[in-house]
Ligand binder design. Structure first.
Ligand SMILES: C[S@@+](CC[C@H](N)C(=O)[O-])C[C@H]1O[C@@H](n2cnc3c(N)ncnc32)[C@H](O)[C@@H]1O
Length: 267
């Protein structure tokens, strides 16, 4: 399945900021609790975006792990490199890599391959997870996070009420527990599914609408079915704002729960 997905740094960084501001839990802590990366490890981050995970693993290992962050967005790699220059970590490198193509690394190179909200967009799962398996050392771990079908239920309910339209399955959540889990399980001797729930409480409508707008690229398939051009898009945002305002008046707050899955596999 071909999935045309381009993230912008503005949208991605807005969503990260909103999770950090209004979320009850911290996904970074969950990541490091699960993975406990240690000094001396070689780590590959696939679809690293602006480098969030790479900096997290670097901080956790006090700069003692060798970390490579890869993405196919030069814009996001630029942001990652800007932050790297400001922080001065010597153990992190960022580089271009399209996860739909051969990973340019030797077999058995990494102790950990992590991909947060990214690799599940792969066009050919068998190929991409075959590459992930190949570059991991025996005993190395793969950790892939992505949305589960229950993710952001309130978000989709509000859009459904505002548009009177059925919400098509999202490319991420609809495949995560099914095809993606099965593909990984077929290649790795040990695979498990972990879950992380993070209720995001919006005390007012404005940050929720900011989140809706910043989801445009992530939920591209949903949006392109719902509007044509800028005017229709703004009209749609207006209807979503009206519904969100009614819900907020009724309930006193808007609670959208992120329900994230983590597939942890060992080679
Ligand atoms: C939702 S963002 C997550 C970024 C980062 N992992 C984080 O958690 O902040 C998804 C990332 O996947 C990247 N991506 C999508 N398709 C890709 C591909 N074919 N090859 C490499 N990266 C890709 C996007 O550019 C984007 O940076």
């Amino acid at each position: 399945m071909e999935i045309n997905y381009q993230e912008t740094s503005n949208d991605l960084l807005t969503r990260i900021r909103i999770h950090e501001t209004y979320g009850a839990r911290n996904i970074d802590e969950w990541n490091t609790d699960v993975l406990k990366p240690t000094a001396g490890m070689k780590i590959l981050d696939v679809g690293c975006g602006a480098g969030k995970q790479c900096f997290l693993f670097s901080d956790y290992t006090k700069g003692q792990a060798e970390i490579i962050g890869t993405d196919f967005s030069n814009e996001l790699l630029g942001k990652a490199n800007e932050k790297l220059a400001a922080r001065g970590d010597k153990n992190i490198k960022f580089g271009f890599m399209d996860f739909n193509k051969r990973f340019e690394f030797e077999d058995n190179t990494f102790d950990l391959l992590s991909s947060a909200f990214a690799i599940y967009y792969a066009s050919n799962l068998d190929f991409t997870f075959g590459e992930a398996h190949r570059v991991l050392k025996p005993g190395g771990r793969l950790f892939v996070t992505g949305p589960l079908p229950e993710n952001k239920q309130m978000f989709y309910d509000i859009i459904k009420e505002a548009t009177n339209q059925l919400i098509p399955p999202m490319p991420g959540s609809s495949r995560f527990k099914g095809e993606i889990y099965k593909t990984i399980e077929g290649k790795f001797p040990k695979t498990e599914l972990l879950t992380f729930e993070n209720p995001i409480t919006f005390p007012e409508v404005a940050p929720f609408i900011e989140y809706v707008r910043a989801s445009l690229s992530e939920d591209r398939k949903l949006w392109t079915a719902m509007f044509n051009g800028k005017d229709e898009y703004e009209a749609l945002i207006g209807r979503i704002t009206d519904v969100a305002t009614r819900w907020l008046e009724r309930d006193g707050k808007l609670v959208m729960t992120k329900v994230v899955g983590g597939i942890l596999a060992t080679k």
